[in-house]
Design a protein. Structure first.
Length: 323
């Protein structure tokens, strides 16, 4: 039996066993190999320099400064983990975390649903689909600060369109930005106007789903709702995961809308984590404290991303998407 196996092995030209290949010497580098390596490093050097200067160095510098008491003017004073302890003892820091989690808990799931609905609308086979895609995507191109100013006028209690609409039905004027809860809800609503970016990613995933699957489902008598949950959602699960990760990252860094519209008010109702970090760095001159907040935000983002990736094993179907 052993002889037959060896004969078959040599007859089909199989590779030698791992015992013989393990001692094989590597081919020495030639001048051509070295030249290709230099060219490869030359081509990727802009990326390497950019990552080093704008990512790695600020990250390492923030970690170092987070261990210091530093205002930007005097010599840094080493305090160890004092800044981190101060963050956990700071009531405003806890409020900012609570506000940020409230915002993320509403804006991220709602953004996923709104973007998917927009993508399904963009994917319809109608003559004016190009116009609809453009109209649905254009709001996401408006800068966040411009959209914030637009909404300040829109919800103005004296002459805003929102209150004029309420007046048509006999409603009284309300100041949505004067209440902590409604102010956060307004900012959540503004975030949905930028769903066009995620919708385009959804649209790319929808266009990659074979139409034969829907045809087979219709032959079997499956309704549109059944097709959506049995075909569309499973095959879009990798795209949903991507949009979920990017959505969480963006929600943790919410800043512009609150800074322009409410400046953290009323009653610290929109004091988000990034806004409080900004205040400590540039208003209170506590760069060490702000750097510690930045490090904790980075760790929290990594932890949430890892948790989502771990849980994604249950609902993301890469094999179905690849097929």
């Amino acid at each position: 039996m052993t002889v037959t196996t060896d004969v078959r092995t040599h007859r089909h030209g199989a590779e030698p066993s791992s015992r013989t290949t393990g001692h094989r010497k590597r081919r020495p580098w030639t001048a051509r190999d070295k030249r290709q390596l230099k060219l490869g490093l030359l081509f990727v050097s802009p990326w390497l320099v950019g990552v080093t200067v704008f990512v790695l160095y600020p990250l390492v510098y923030s970690i170092v400064i987070s261990l210091m008491r530093y205002s930007g003017m005097h010599t840094p004073e080493y305090v160890g983990l004092g800044n981190y302890v101060a963050i956990f003892l700071d009531p405003l820091a806890r409020i900012s975390v609570s506000n940020t989690l409230f915002y993320a808990g509403l804006a991220v799931p709602l953004g996923l649903v709104v973007a998917l609905i927009l993508a399904l609308a963009m994917n319809q086979n109608v003559r004016e689909v190009a116009f609809y895609r453009t109209a649905l995507y254009v709001p996401s191109l408006v800068p966040a600060f411009a959209m914030a100013f637009i909404f300040i006028v829109f919800v103005n209690p004296q002459f805003g369109l929102f209150n004029r609409f309420l007046a048509v039905f006999g409603g009284q004027n309300v100041d949505l930005l004067a209440d902590p809860t409604t102010a956060k809800l307004v900012i959540v609503l503004i975030a949905q106007l930028g769903a066009g970016n995620a919708a385009l990613i959804y649209l790319a995933g929808l266009r990659n789903i074979p139409t034969t699957l829907y045809e087979s489902a219709r032959v079997d008598g499956a309704s549109r709702w059944r097709q959506f949950w049995s075909i569309t959602v499973p095959l879009l699960s990798p795209v949903i995961l991507f949009n979920l990760i990017t959505g969480i990252s963006g929600a943790l860094q919410i800043f512009t809308e609150a800074f322009i519209m409410t400046d953290g008010g009323p009653d610290n109702g929109t004091l988000f984590y990034m806004l409080y970090l900004y205040r400590n760095a540039f208003s209170y001159a506590q760069l060490g404290f702000a750097s510690a907040m930045a490090v904790l935000l980075f760790l929290a983002g990594m932890l949430l991303a890892s948790l989502v990736f771990y849980l994604s094993r249950r609902f993301v179907h890469y094999d179905a998407a690849a097929g």
